[in-house]
Structures are given as structure tokens and as C-alpha cells.
Ligand binder design. Structure first.
Ligand code: PEP
Ligand code: MG
Length: 908
């Protein structure tokens, strides 16, 4: 049986199309859109799409085409000719076409396009006869020659200078004609320009400008396929992880003209406002112009509402098409259109890019309008986009202006989303002082440490030159809800000179700086910010929720997420104010209260240092006695705020380097407080120095060496809980032992906690509901999870440390080389940001299976930073954890991600 020739060319026109929306892989996004629009009765100029498979063939066969392509193209062309009653190369009534790229995923501006193809010395006369407009015809011809030379003839040239010889000729022609703009050149001037352009082609490329339209067409098709592999396109694909093997389709389509006179126009429109989501046609247009004029910004386009007065019939058609498309695709569309002599044509439709605000509002509105289901709405919103609803943001226009003015200084990691603008300070104390004086500051540090905590709190934002996404600065900033850009390596911070230098620009203390923690961008000077309405309603309670449209939409989406998800969402909070925020966001408990973070406040750090540096148990107990009331007071406040919800309190886990005094001044001060000689304290600090503190004397190891530390902490927890119990409340502490690697370690610590729990309850005469469990943050703990589960009533995966120990990557140092690993594809993502499923994830699965084998109802959660990262949340759902715990401001993101994980699991 003879096999049927493979279909490589897909025709569309006159209400019929051989392709459809689901054929993106074959037709590319643009092609699939053109076919689908044609099918549903939208006016689309006829044309055909050459499939992406031809592009792959082209590259696999040393830039040759499949043999049957020629015939298929000829057939499609003749169908176009028949519909339009024009001929390709016909001298009387020429058919002109555009040749455009179109990959599966949009790659805006990366590949090439040729317009007005089919023009030559004869057909230009036909175009004059058809339009009666010689000026227009010669303008098309000269644009075509320039584009063709640039895209097809000069395709190999790596450097397209922008101001090329054609531009120079155009300038010369304008000068000779004594005019300022292109539009003022008359038909004679443009005819001369065409001749000059053709001579230029001969001089530059040694050939006559091709007059045969078929030769032109093949040249353009080859150039578009060739542009799939230009440097720009390759770089774009690398950035957005688009496979190089996909290839592009080529769309050949009849030209329609928006520049034939005052009954013509061209424009772009969104079916809803892409910034706010408001339901109204949004966009702009230019009368008597070509598409590129809208983008080029030479003439200022007019808002789309004005189209109604300018061209009422076309405006009504556009409105109808927008409605039809939105209803058909069930999503907001981004449309390109042209009006030729009063007739509307659509040239492109695709799902419109939108801000987080628009994304939430459109999803919620479309449910209310019964266009999509609640599940669709939940799937549509990117969880990370919710950040935009919570953070102050830069006024988008002001930021664009700053960019245009060259004020972008550099880029670091987008570590704490939002926008902050303030005066530069380099030291935490200065941040506090300046804030007291009413000055907004951005704290710029090489890196931060617990000493900086008050300064971080006082600052609008935090900017560091070093450190990764789980560096101290990033972690604390997110927890505080502070804007943070971390690891901006281009910054050279000089603490002594109080300057920060970037590429020759030197900023001093007190100069203004602006940082965008949602993008990692750092700008010179001030950029205006706007506060988030959602926070005004939920946290500051300064705005009535009923008066905020965006809050209403947000709240609705969250309600739907809560209805769907099965994964719990708790939050990491160390202080009562953070617990309040957690409750405002609807957190279902606290999954991690890092007790050592409680000591960052005020003078408490001194007492911790005193405890760490004490010579003996008596000294330690003396320091601990100072800490006990402070901790108890905090625990009580937090437990009280959280009501009956679980509060996981971790016993001390201070990596020593974060707490030891660093400067001489600090040593002297501490010696005074402790009443010990300065020299002996200094030598004690030296003794305690660790080469690798993250793997050193921390976590439960500290409690094993000094049981009184665990004992006093347990006392603070249970006294707090018992007091609340006496007040008739029902707190639920979960005591968590960190960095456990064996059953025995946990057992020893657990015995201490249980003893204190028993004694304290007896003393108060009440019973408290509580659990004792452990963090799983070492590979060994995963491998012996069945044994550990004999003791543990819950597991909480500390994936920051588990990542560090599984990959053998230091959390504090990886920022120096990890980014290049990701850029070069050695790692798909920063494993401290998005959970390494294959490595860390496999360990977690082992721990889940082994843990539940021993204890069927073992409660399991995650409290590493991954707990607020959407893909990691999905993984936690997949492996059957009970909850994720993340910083307060990530609670909404985690909730939405958990709902999406549930929905995609039910889809399978
Ligand atoms: C962890 O290791 O994931 C964790 C939550 O603990 P920390 O970040 O405090 O080490
Ligand atoms: Mg840890």
C-alpha cells in the first residue's frame, strides 16, 4: 500500500482551517491561533502554516527541505490566490504575503519576520493600480527590500548594527527632500529610494535584488527557520528552558494594510486590563500605520476607547471578536489587529500575560461570569504571583522610567519580594538610629548576621552582596516580610569608607537606593512605591475588606484553595507579632518556632552568648535563668495567639558562628556582663571556633553535651502552656529536637523533656496536650527513620539542612558557585530554593515509608524554606506529608500550591 505523503503545510482561510488550537506542537502558538480563529469565524487573512516538523527536518538534513514540501506550498498558495482573487507575482493584481515565525512557546522578538513579500519592479505597479496610491506602494517596496536584505541576505552576519546602510540612505533622502519624517517623503522620493536600495543590495551582497516572488518566498522561509538558531533565540530558550529540538513553524499569510489611508489602522488589544484585570477592552491603535509603528514608539498610539469614535463599525467588530475569542479560549486574550479600509482583520491571538493582580481578578471574575470553574481558577493563578498582592510594589511607570534612564545598578537574588526604597546605611545600629529620626533606610551589607536583626527590622529593605536564597539575610527577611535582594555580586561594599560601588558608580551612605525583591533588581535613587491593599486589610486592619476589590478576589481564591487542598499549611514564626500575621493569613499552626531567633531581639543575645561561653554548668544555668522568663513569656504569647492550633517549638539550634561575639568591642562588653577577664573570654571564643559550624556543635548535640539547656527550654514551654491551661485555654505545644541522627540522641533529649513536662504539669495541677518529635535533616536520620519513629511522635523535614548534608553543599557558601551550575544546566534549579526531588526527595520518601512503618499515624511536615515554594509543596503533597510550614507571607502561596497539587493528583 502506498503511504500517504506526510502533511507539512496546513491551510487556513475563508472560515476553514486544516489545523486547530490543540496543534501547538505542529503549528506553533501563532499558527494554532490563526487556524482556530479562522474556524470560529473571526476575520483572519488567509494563509498557511509550514509545520515545526519541517524545521526539525531542515536541521537534521543539512538545511534541506523534504521533497514534497514544494508541491504542498504551491497548492496552499493557489488556494490563497483563489480566495483573494489575486495572483502571487501577478502584475495586475498581486498577492503580497507576510512570512513569520511561530514556536510552540512564544519567543517574542527573537526570530525573524518578512513583510510585503511578493513585491518586485512589476508587481509594485499592480499594487499602485489596485490601491491607487503610488506613495503607499513604493513605501511598501522599500520597506520590503530593507527587511529582506536584513533578514534573508544578511542572515549570517552576526552583527546587525541597527543603523545600517539602508537607514543612512533613508536619512540622506529625507535631507535631500528637505523633510523631517518618513511620512513626508512623496512617491517620487520613495521611488528613488527603492532604486538606491536595490543598488545597495548589489553593492553589499553582489546580487540583484531577487525579482522572482517564489525565490523571495523560499529565501524568507529559510531565513525564518534559520533564525530559530540565532544567538538571541538560543539564549532565550536557555533562559526559559525551552527545548532546542522543538523548532519553529513558519506562517505565510496574505498581507493586510493598516497604512493605506485614514480608514486604516493597526493596534493591539487585551480583552481585559492586563495590569488590573478590569473587564474592559484595553489596548492602543494608530491610524494609517503598520504594526511595527505601534511597537517602535515613533508615534504615540491612541487608547482603544477612542476607536469607537474614529471607526465605529470596526470598533464594534473588534469588541465582538474579543468577546468571541475570550469565550472560546476561556481566558483573557492578547490580540493583534489591522483595519484595512474599514474592514477588521485579526492577525494574532494568545493568552495575555498579566500581573499577579490581574491574574487573581480575572480568574475570580471568570468564575463569577461562569466562564470557568473554581478548579480552573485555582489552576490558572501562578502561586508565586500572589506575592505581588502582598508586597508594596514600585509604581510600574516609575520603574520603567528608572530603567530607561539607566539607573539599574545590578541584579541579585529575588530573596524577599516587594519594593523598597530608602537611604543607604551600612550598619544595623545606623538603620535603627536613622529610622528613629524618621528616615527610610535600606540596609546594605556584604552579608548579615544575627547582630543585624534590629537593623533589618528597622530597614525598608535589605541588600546583600553575598549569600544565597537561604542565607541569613534571605531567610530572616522573608520571615519578617521584608523586601530583600541577596547576593548581588556586582556590589563592592566598603564598610570603612561607607560606600557601595557598582561599575564605576559610587554611592555613599545616605544616598537613595531602590530594590525590587520580586525581581532582584537594584536601582539608583528613589522610585515611588504603593502599599498592598491585602495587607492593609489583613494585617494593619487599616482598610475595610469590603472596600478593596483586590482583597475580595484574593479572599475568594483562598477560600476555594482551602476547600480543595488536603495538605495542611502552617507557618514558621518565632515571635508573637509573626504569629499574629500567621493567623491573619489563615495558618493552621506554627510548624517551626526557632527558639534561638527569639534571642535576636534586644539585649537577649548577650544572655545566649553568656550561656554558650560559660565555663561550667553553674555558669550556664546562671545564663539560662536569665533566658527562662523571656522565653516563657514569648511562648505563652505565641501559644495564646494560636489558640488550640499546634505550635512546634524547636529546642535551641544555634550554629555557634552566628552567636559568638565577633568584634573586640563585643568581647569587651560581654566580659563586663559576665564578670570575667577579657583575655580568658577571648581565648574561650577561640576554643569554640569551629571550622565548619554548620556541621559542628549545634542542634541536639548541644543539648546532649549540656542537658540543662534542653531542660530549661522545656521548662519555659511547659510553664507557659500550664499557665494558659490554668486560664482555661487549650494550648498545643509540639516539642521538636533538631539535627537528630540516631534514635538514641532523640531518646536522651525526649527523656529530659518528658521529665520536665511531668513535673511542671504536676506543679500546676493541669494536663497539657503535647507531642515530642524531631526534625529530619540528616541523611542518616532518613535511613534510620524507622528506629527514630520509635521515639518520635512527629517528623518535620528540615530541608535546608537536609539539602546541605545530602548534596554536601554549604548553605552559606553555595551562593558563590551555585548560580553558575544552574546557568550551565548542571542543576535544574537552586536546590535550596526548589527541592531536589531526585536526591533530597528520595531521602524524604525513604523516611516517610520507614517512619510510617513503625508508627502508622506519625505526623509529618516540612519546615525548611521549601515549604513555601510551589513545586516543592506539590512534591510534599505527592509523598503524603500532612503539612508544609513556611514563612508567614508565603502561607497564601503554599495554600494555592497545595490546592493545585491536589487538583493535578485528581486529574491523573
Ligand atoms: C532546616 O534545616 O530546614 C531548618 C528548618 O532549620 P534551620 O534552617 O533553622 O537550620
Ligand atoms: Mg536545620
Amino acid at each position: 500500500m502506498a503511504s500517504r505523503a506526510a502533511k507539512r503545510v496546513f491551510f487556513f482561510g475563508n472560515g476553514r482551517a486544516e489545523g486547530h488550537a490543540q496543534m501547538r506542537n505542529t503549528l506553533g502558538g501563532k499558527g494554532a491561533g490563526l487556524h482556530e480563529m479562522t474556524r470560529i469565524g473571526i476575520p483572519v487573512p488567509p494563509g498557511f502554516t509550514i509545520s515545526t516538523e519541517v524545521c526539525r527536518y531542515y536541521y537534521d538534513h543539512r538545511r534541506q527541505y523534504p521533497r514534497d514540501l514544494k508541491t504542498q506550498i504551491e497548492v496552499a498558495l493557489s488556494r490563497m490566490e483563489k480566495i483573494l482573487k489575486r495572483g502571487f507575482g501577478d502584475v495586475e493584481n498581486p498577492l503580497l504575503v507576510s512570512v513569520r515565525s511561530g514556536a510552540r512557546e512564544s519567543m517574542p522578538g527573537m526570530m525573524d519576520t518578512v513583510l510585503n513579500l511578493g513585491l518586485n519592479d512589476q508587481t509594485v505597479q499592480g499594487l499602485i493600480r489596485r490601491t491607487g496610491n503610488p506613495r503607499f506602494a513604493f513605501d511598501c517596496y522599500r520597506r520590503f527590500i530593507q527587511m529582506y536584505a536584513d533578514v534573508v541576505l544578511d542572515a549570517e552576519s552576526k552583527e546587525r548594527s541597527g543603523v545600517d546602510s539602508f537607514e543612512a540612505l533613508l536619512e540622506a533622502q529625507k535631507k535631500a527632500a528637505g523633510v523631517r519624517t518618513d511620512a513626508e517623503l512623496d512617491d517620487n522620493a520613495l521611488r528613488e529610494l527603492v532604486s538606491a536600495y536595490k543598488r545597495e543590495v548589489k553593492d553589499r551582497f553582489g546580487i540583484e535584488f531577487p525579482q522572482d516572488p517564489m525565490e523571495q518566498l523560499w529565501g524568507a522561509i529559510g531565513a525564518v527557520f534559520g533564525s530559530w538558531n540565532n544567538d538571541r533565540a538560543i539564549a532565550y530558550r536557555e533562559l526559559y528552558k525551552i527545548p532546542h529540538g522543538w523548532g519553529t513553524a513558519v506562517n505565510v499569510q496574505a498581507m493586510v494594510f493598516g497604512n493605506l489611508g485614514d480608514r486604516c489602522a493597526t493596534g493591539v488589544a487585551f480583552t481585559r486590563d492586563p495590569a488590573t484585570g478590569e473587564k474592559s477592552l484595553y489596548g492602543e491603535f494608530l491610524i494609517n500605520a503598520q504594526g511595527e509603528d505601534v511597537v517602535a514608539g515613533i508615534r504615540t498610539p491612541r487608547p482603544i476607547v477612542e476607536l469607537r469614535q474614529a471607526m465605529p463599525k470596526a470598533a464594534a467588530e473588534l469588541q465582538r471578536a474579543a468577546k468571541l475569542l475570550e469565550g472560546h479560549y476561556r481566558d483573557m486574550q492578547d490580540i493583534e489587529f489591522t483595519i484595512e479600509n474599514g474592514t477588521l482583520w485579526l492577525l494574532q491571538t494568545r493568552a495575555g500575560k498579566r500581573t499577579g493582580f490581574a491574574s487573581v481578578r480575572i480568574a475570580v471574575d471568570m468564575v463569577d461570569e461562569r466562564i470557568i470553574t473554581k478548579a480552573d481558577a485555582l489552576r490558572r493563578v501562578e502561586p508565586d504571583q500572589l506575592n505581588q498582592l502582598l508586597r508594596p510594589i514600585f509604581d510600574p511607570q516609575k520603574k520603567a522610567l528608572a530603567q530607561k534612564e539607566g539607573r539599574l545598578l545590578g541584579k541579585g537574588l529575588a530573596a524577599g519580594p516587594g519594593a523598597a526604597t530608602g537611604r543607604i546605611v551600612f550598619h544595623a545600629e545606623d538603620a535603627v538610629e536613622w529610622k528613629k529620626r524618621g528616615t527610610r533606610v535600606v540596609l546594605c551589607r556584604i552579608e548579615t548576621s544575627p547582630d543585624d536583626i534590629r537593623g533589618m527590622d528597622a530597614a525598608e529593605g535589605i541588600l546583600t552582596a553575598r549569600g544565597g536564597m537561604t542565607s541569613h539575610a534571605a531567610l530572616v527577611a522573608r520571615q519578617m516580610g521584608k523586601v530583600c535582594v541577596a547576593g548581588c555580586e556586582a556590589l563592592h561594599i566598603d564598610y570603612a569608607a561607607r560606600t557601595v560601588a557598582v561599575d564605576g558608580v559610587v554611592l555613599k551612605e545616605g544616598d537613595w537606593i531602590s530594590i525590587d525583591g520580586s525581581t532582584g533588581e537594584v536601582f539608583k535613587d528613589q522610585i515611588e512605591t504603593r502599599p498592598s491593599e491585602v495587607l492593609q486589610v489583613l494585617v494593619a486592619r487599616s482598610l475595610d475588606g469590603k472596600k478593596s476589590r483586590i482583597y475580595q478576589c484574593y479572599a475568594k481564591l483562598m477560600r476555594w484553595a482551602d476547600e480543595v487542598r488536603t495538605l495542611g499549611v502552617r507557618c514558621n514564626a518565632d515571635q508573637p507579632d509573626q504569629a499574629e500575621i500567621a493567623m491573619a493569613f489563615g495558618s493552621e499552626g506554627i510548624g517551626l518556632c526557632r527558639t534561638e531567633h527569639m534571642f535576636f531581639q534586644g539585649d537577649r543575645i548577650q544572655s545566649v552568648r553568656e550561656m554558650i561561653l560559660a565555663e561550667d554548668e553553674t555558669g550556664r544555668r546562671r545564663a539560662l535563668a536569665k533566658l527562662l522568663p523571656m522565653q516563657k513569656q514569648d511562648f505563652k504569647a505565641i501559644l495564646d495567639i494560636m489558640g488550640e492550633l499546634p505550635v512546634t517549638i524547636r529546642t535551641l539550634d544555634p550554629p555557634l558562628h552566628e552567636f559568638l561575639p565577633k568584634t573586640d568591642r563585643e568581647v569587651v562588653e560581654l566580659a563586663q556582663v559576665m564578670g570575667v577577664p577579657i583575655d580568658s573570654l577571648r581565648s574561650k571564643v577561640q576554643v569554640l571556633h569551629e571550622f565548619n559550624p554548620m556541621l559542628g556543635h549545634r542542634g541536639c548535640r548541644l543539648g546532649i553535651s549540656y542537658p540543662e539547656i534542653t531542660e530549661i527550654q522545656a521548662q519555659a514551654i511547659f510553664e507557659a502552656a500550664c499557665e494558659l491551661r490554668c486560664e482555661g485555654k487549650n494550648p498545643f505545644p509540639e516539642v521538636m529536637i533538631p539535627l537528630v541522627g540516631s534514635r538514641q540522641e532523640l531518646r536522651e533529649q525526649k527523656m529530659i523533656v518528658e521529665k520536665v513536662a511531668r513535673a511542671t504539669q504536676a506543679a500546676y495541677g493541669v494536663k497539657v496536650r503535647y507531642l515530642i518529635g524531631t526534625m529530619i535533616e540528616l541523611p542518616r536520620a532518613c535511613m534510620v527513620a524507622d528506629e527514630i519513629a520509635e521515639e518520635a511522635e512527629f517528623f518535620s523535614f528540615g530541608t535546608n539542612d537536609l539539602t546541605q548534608t545530602c548534596l554536601g553543599l554549604s548553605r552559606d557558601d553555595a551562593g558563590k558557585f551555585l548560580p553558575s551550575y544552574v546557568v550551565h544546566g548542571l542543576l535544574p534549579d537552586d536546590p535550596f530554593v526548589s527541592l531536589d526531588r531526585d536526591g533530597v526527595g528520595s531521602l524524604m520518601k525513604i523516611a516517610v515509608t520507614k517512619g510510617r512503618k513503625t508508627r502508622k499515624n506519625l505526623e509529618m511536615g516540612i519546615c525548611g524554606e521549601h515549604g513555601g515554594e510551589p513545586r516543592s509543596v506539590a512534591f510534599c503533597h505527592e509523598i503524603g506529608l500532612d503539612y508544609v510550614s513556611c514563612s508567614p507571607y508565603r502561607v497564601p502561596i503554599a495554600k494555592l500550591a497545595a490546592a493545585q497539587a491536589k487538583l493535578s493528583a485528581s486529574d491523573k
